[in-house]
Write a new protein. Sequence first.
Length: 151
Amino acid sequence: MEYSHPDAELAGQPIGYWAWAAHTAAVTHIRAGLARHGLGQPQWWVLNQLAGHADGRDRAEVTDMLKGYLDVGAEALAADIDALRDRGLLTLDGGRLHITGEGAEVHARCAALQKEMRATLHDGIGDEEYVRTLKVLQRMIHNVGGKMWHH
């Protein structure tokens, strides 16, 4: 891989630009993959929260947990939940969301796709290098009093 600048010049590059460029490239890649299965990224998050929960999950709990991700608000999530229900991928029973058999199949296909997309994004990047990069970004967030989401 050829880099944009020599190391000495990269050291002076703005983190805001590179963090934004990495975010944009990664999210575009992920959203394009999910779109091939007819899902938006928030819809994937909803299905992921329901997979493996035989008793379902409370709609408000799922919405509260996810509404802060990538500035997706509660209204948008409500629309995505309704779209998943209309598509037959989940059901709503007394305020509880349940993934359907078809929803579980879509989830399984997209979970496999997520692994493939992660492998593409991480090509040529070892775990040690990746962890070091995340720690540097977390330190920068801490240095300016920013907020980090804990998963």
